[in-house]
Write a protein that binds this ligand. Structure first.
Ligand code: MGD
Ligand code: MGD
Ligand code: SF4
Ligand code: MO
Length: 730
């Protein structure tokens, strides 16, 4: 790397990079970053889940030594889950990518410097574009880098490199909620604040295993002083279900029918808030007419529930004064996820459970910055929750960024699964994967790998060189992780908060931000990004992009301001508004559609796409396994403490009755097979799964060898949670 471009890099990597140029072997957490004060603490939010706990990092001689959860932060009030406690440990690992790696003619991957890596990047992608068209290169991003970084990736690729297609792993996760909210409320706006967990007298959790997946939100539920009724709607008796007052173990993917049935009972009994409906919503009459057909018989047949269970749930909702509805992947990852999420929203609207403490139709987000990605990654929406297809929006954003509006695409990107189809059909030949691991996490894995193998050039930008996707890459760009760079995240309750650099990244590693800066330079579009010198600069630009939008945060001054206020929830249009520590939306009953009203949206339920049959008689559910495992495990497997807290090898949960019939004993090896793959897993016999169903955690690479590439038609989100399998003893 020559000195001209080390000077290009953002200051926070600058001195380190210069040092490293002189001593390329230099790495490890022990290195003292030059600009840090020696003994002090730094507060920053956690880099795993969307809860957004604040962690206090303790440093000695400048180097991060340990952390404790921040006791003053409004989100976690001094608590953290095992992943948070171990967040620093996983940075120091032999698996880290420490230098760019480029595949040579023999297929071997060799270490190269950044200059060579960037030349290969631009030459290969530009050649593909020249031969196959501008849009034959695409990217896949993430909900796990800083907002400033994802905005840079989205702007660089779409405005600078002229790409049209780029999506994120948030498609696997939140696309359903995004579409559901946009159609119902007029903007992608989860309305709640975490104190709602404490203020409800009825908490309905649908397809959410909060205890394991958002442990500190669950702690907030435990602090609720109103002895709340806790309803868990989940086919499995999860850790959360065990702690519920009602566990509603419906058949997989029958939620839509159940929710329409509940709506019908509420309407029949007059258990609705007519004033709220009249003042603030559209489409109720049609909805009321529509749900008449969801009789008790229809609902019991479809859901497998008893009539009494369904009526008890409806009565619980009616009797609650402050009912909050929460949903996560059991709803979003479905062939009819959007309509199911909207059926939840409909219940909240018709009972007037919106805009008041302890209420709401609340989608819980997954990744630490999925919420940042939803509004600022330039993938599904133009920066700041704008619309690529709207000329005024394009001009506004181009004006703020000082670029020609013609550079802003007029069309939306293809969604993730269509990008995969584009690769299959040969229209897309080059792919840049940033901070996601599709070769493990994407649905129907062998098909996914087959598709990725067809690429002419695959670039993977990751912290670790050994992820399943990195192993397939032609070029690996080594990225700094959480703790090694700065920026902001937005948590589930819309709280914007800061991450800081407290550790030195190993080897030649650069932050994603600086990698994007280098790409801009080598691609020849650096002029466009002359105001994007540091994450803090970009934060100021994004503030301007948010102006006038529901997610307006122009009242936030800078990173210091965020830290001083314990994070700030959007909207925050002036600095004084930041004093409010808990902020919920729709308190005035005004929604973001032009008429200010929310909409009832509904559609006929559709049958499961791959029903159990003679050949494959079981339904496979997938999801999170423990609080100490994160997704594809590239990070969490690097902590010795976390490794002790979860089973090392893949297992399958089977109902003991089914196991008896199949003559499978505890810990036997079982073969689980779908039309797409065959997986060996240790049998765990448990009544947590119903007869006819089995469960495998997604953290084990083989899980997605079984899943079926089925998508919600409105959101394009994969339906990870229901496919047909058979099981036998090995
Ligand atoms: N420890 C840990 N925490 C995490 C993560 C992690 O990897 N590890 N990942 C984060 C991310 S990105 C996300 S998106 C969230 C996910 O958070 P959750 O959605 O809470 O987690 P999952 O286990 O994927 O799915 C939740 C539940 O959906 C149920 N389910 C399956 N099918 C159906 C159905 O048809 N109807 C209903 N009602 N329920 C169904 C499953 O049995 C499962 O218990 O977790 C976040 N938190
Ligand atoms: N069967 C099944 N499959 C699922 C799910 C399921 O419930 N069932 N859930 C889906 C859901 S909700 C999600 S969100 C996805 C998650 O799927 P992925 O996004 O593929 O999972 P991660 O392991 O979080 O991948 C993140 C990658 O980014 C790297 N990384 C971490 N920090 C940084 C950074 O700062 N910079 C860069 N450049 N890289 C970094 C990590 O090493 C890792 O390789 O999985 C989906 N897949
Ligand atoms: S609950 Fe989520 S944000 Fe909080 S410490 Fe655990 S992983 Fe981090
Ligand atoms: Mo997710």
């Amino acid at each position: 790397m020559n000195n001209t471009f080390t000077s290009l890099l953002h200051r926070s990597d600058g001195p380190l990079t210069c040092e490293l140029l002189r001593e390329p072997g230099n790495f490890g957490l022990g290195q003292v970053p030059v600009q840090m004060k020696p003994d002090a603490t730094t507060d920053m939010v956690c880099g795993y889940c969307s809860t957004g706990c604040s962690l206090r990092i303790h440093r000695r001689d400048g180097a991060a030594t340990s952390l404790t959860p921040n006791t003053e932060y409004p989100v976690n009030l001094g608590m953290a889950c095992p992943k948070g406690w171990e967040a620093l440990t996983v940075l120091d690992s032999p698996d880290r990518a420490t230098t760019p790696l480029l595949r040579d003619e023999t297929g071997r991957r060799v270490p190269v410097d950044w200059d060579r890596a960037m030349q290969a990047f631009t030459e290969r992608f530009k050649t593909i574009q020249a031969e196959h068209g501008q849009h034959s290169v695409a990217f896949l991003g993430t909900g796990q880098i800083a907002t400033e970084e994802m905005a840079f990736l989205g702007a660089l690729t779409k405005f600078g490199m002229g790409l049209l297609h780029g999506d994120g792993n948030t498609r696997q996760c939140m696309a359903t909620s995004v579409v559901a909210y946009k159609q119902a409320f007029g903007f992608d706006a989860p309305p709640y604040t975490y104190s709602d967990f404490e203020e409800s007298d009825v908490i309905v959790l649908i397809g959410s295993n909060l205890c394991i997946t958002h442990p500190i939100m669950w702690e907030r539920v435990m602090r609720n002083p109103h002895s709340p009724e806790i309803v868990v709607v989940d086919p499995r008796l999860t850790e959360t279900g065990v702690n519920a007052t009602q566990h509603v173990a419906l058949s997989p993917k029958s939620d839509l029918t159940l929710l329409y049935g509940i709506a019908r009972i509420l309407i029949e009994n007059g258990w609705i808030d007519t004033d709220y409906i009249t003042a603030h919503t559209n489409g109720f009459d049609e909805f009321a007419e529509y749900v008449i057909q969801f009789t008790d018989d229809c609902v019991t047949a479809e859901t497998g529930l008893l009539r009494s269970q369904i009526h008890r749930l409806a009565a619980t909702i009616h009797h609650g004064k402050r009912v909050s509805f929460w949903w996560t992947m059991g709803v979003n990852q479905s062939h009819q996820g959007v309509r199911t999420a909207q059926a939840i929203i409909n219940l909240a609207l018709m009972t007037g459970n919106m805009g008041r403490p302890g209420t709401g139709a609340n989608s819980i987000t997954g990744q630490c910055n999925a919420m940042g990605s939803r509004l600022f990654s330039n993938t599904t929406s133009l920066l700041g929750g704008h619309d690529f297809t709207n000329a005024q929006h394009r001009e506004k954003i181009a004006g703020i960024l000082g670029i020609d509006p013609e550079l802003v695409p007029r069309r939306n990107s293809l969604p993730y699964h269509k990008i995969m189809e584009g690769i299959l059909s040969g229209r897309i030949r080059g792919l840049w994967v940033v901070c996601t691991n599709p070769a493990h996490s994407w649905i129907n894995q062998s098909q996914c790998r087959d598709i990725l193998e067809r690429l002419d050039f695959l670039v993977v930008q990751d912290m670790y060189a050994n992820t399943e996707t990195a192993q397939m890459a032609d070029l690996i760009l080594p990225a700094a992780g959480w703790g090694e760079k700065e920026g902001t995240f937005v948590n589930s309750e819309r709280r914007i908060a800061v991450i800081r650099k407290v550790a030195q990244a190993p080897g030649l590693v650069l932050s994603d931000f600086n990698i994007f800066k280098l790409v801009a330079h080598y691609w020849g579009c650096a002029d466009m990004f002359e105001h994007w010198q540091s994450p803090q600069d970009v934060f100021q630009l994004l503030k301007k992009c948010s102006a006038g939008q529901p997610c307006d945060f122009t009242g936030v001054e800078d990173y210091e301001f965020l830290n001083l206020h314990g994070g700030v929830q959007w909207p925050c249009r002036d600095a004084t508004a930041a004093d409010l520590q808990e902020r919920r939306l729709f308190e005035d009953g005004r929604y973001y559609h032009s008429d200010g009203r929310a909409r009832f949206v509904f559609e006929d339920p559709r049958p499961l796409t791959e029903r159990p049959n003679d050949n494959f008689p079981f339904i496979l559910l997938t999801g999170r396994g423990t609080a100490s495992q994160w997704h594809t495990q590239t990070r969490t497997r690097n902590s010795a403490v976390l490794r002790k807290l979860y089973p090392k090898d893949i297992f399958v949960e089977i109902n003991p009755g089914d196991a008896r019939q199949l003559q499978i004993g505890p810990d036997d090896k079982a073969v689980v097979e779908s039309q797409r793959g065959r997986v060996l897993a240790r049998a765990v016999l448990t009544h947590a799964v119903q007869p006819g169903q089995v469960f495998i955690p997604m953290h084990y690479q083989a899980a997605n060898q079984l899943t079926d590439a089925v998508f919600d038609p409105h959101s394009g989100q994969p339906s990870y949670k229901a496919c047909a399998v058979r099981i036998a003893r090995n």
